[in-house]
Write a protein that binds this ligand. Structure first.
Ligand SMILES: [Zn+2]
Length: 381
């Protein structure tokens, strides 16, 4: 049976999701968790880590009771917990996509072990990460198992696209929903991760990462990486100078932005790779040109900067905004151009984003968008 990563997650120490963690703690102490639990919510908010913590508690021989100050946590010291911490637990299996899908062989491979009683822990646990990536055969094989659940066994399904799961599987699961993390929660986690690595991290960059991560810890972690700073600075520079540079300079500007994004740390696909009808142009291409993935990153960053300029123009206190370090320049832009042309520029971005799936040339699309944004800026006051 495959094993968990060599790390024991405890429910009480995880970030965010206070109400859901309290509900899980109740379920694990005084409740009766269903044979199948579905952890659903956006990418990168900690669903897998929470499911791992629940797996640890279900397997633990002496889990904390309801009266404990950390109810529902695994004890951390029994044979089961020690095996999990070593990453080798015979009763806890972790199934994840091989390539793009979870294959039927992976689900079938669970069967022999599910017939027996737990070897080490209190319960057997199967963690199915990105469960929506099960192909039809795999899903039907799992459904058969869920229809006659083996004794003392729990299935923990994790999914950011639960609508792709079979209805018959969903209806057998007790569903736990997780929303985006708050920016402060993300900042706290990123700061503590940096401290653990002994790294000093610029608080402004942390706030920026948290804001651009849009509730996803993994996206925020990436955006707070100092290696992303030159990209953000170049995007801010492009926005601040909207309409001031000669017509046609967008060609060179897009080349600079593409090269900067290409040399920044790789983005996660966000589990949407399947939605891309043109996968060879998506994540994973190593060229310096602007592929669709990089176009979308660029549009996101541009929109975030423009949004801050609009808010500053509307009189919002700039210190609380993600792009606070550039507040003076953005203030200047808002004063020079006016708020409405900036809002029109945001609409241009949104149109480009919506059309990006069908656009054969992300490079040309971004050039045209920047040119249109510059026209709006010139038309301003
Ligand atoms: Zn334990």
């Amino acid at each position: 049976m495959a094993t968990l990563s060599a790390m024991l997650s405890l429910l009480s120490t995880l970030a965010g999701h206070v109400a859901q963690r309290a509900a899980l703690a109740r379920l694990l102490t005084v409740g009766r968790p269903a044979h199948a639990l579905l952890f659903e919510g956006p990418v990168g908010v900690g669903k897998s880590t929470l499911a791992s913590a629940v797996a640890a508690t279900l397997a633990c021989l002496r889990p904390n009771g309801a009266e404990s100050d950390r109810p529902g946590d695994a004890c951390g010291s029994c044979r089961s917990c020690l095996a999990l911490a070593r990453g080798e637990h015979p009763d806890v299996a972790r199934v994840e996509a091989q390539g793009r899908t979870i294959k039927i062989e992976q689900v079938r491979a669970l069967a022999p072990r599910l017939r027996y009683e737990p070897v080490l822990g209190r319960h057997k646990v199967v963690l199915l990460l990105e469960a929506d990536r099960m192909g039809e055969e795999a899903a039907n094989a799992l459904l058969k198992t869920l229809e006659e659940p083996p004794s003392r066994t729990h299935f923990l399904l994790v999914s950011s696209r639960p609508q792709l799961l079979l209805d018959t599987i969903r209806s057998r699961c007790q569903t736990l929903r997780f929303g985006p993390l708050a920016a402060e929660e993300i900042c706290t986690v990123l700061a503590s991760e940096a401290a653990q690595r002994g790294q000093a991290i610029d608080p402004a960059l942390l706030r920026l990462g948290a804001a651009l991560g849009d509730g996803s810890l993994s996206a925020a972690r990436l955006r707070a990486d100092p290696a992303w700073h030159p990209v953000v600075a170049a995007v801010v520079d492009a926005v601040v100078h909207l309409g001031l540079r000669p017509v046609g300079h967008e060609v060179g500007q897009v080349e600079v932005l593409s090269a900067l994004i290409a040399s920044a740390p790789a983005l996660q696909t966000g589990g949407d790779a399947d939605a891309d009808p043109n996968p060879e142009a998506g994540t994973g291409s190593k060229g310096k040109g602007l592929d669709r993935e990089r176009l979308l990153v660029c549009l996101d960053l541009l929109r975030a900067v423009l949004r801050d300029a609009v808010l500053i123009g509307a009189g919002i206190d700039a210190t609380s905004l993600p792009h606070a370090p550039w507040a003076a320049a953005l203030q200047g832009l808002a004063r020079r151009v006016g708020v409405e042309p900036l809002a029109s520029a945001i609409e241009e971005l949104e149109r480009t984003e919506a059309a990006s799936v069908y656009n054969p040339s992300p490079q040309l699309a971004l050039e045209a968008t920047l040119a249109a944004m510059a026209r709006h800026a010139r038309a301003g006051r």
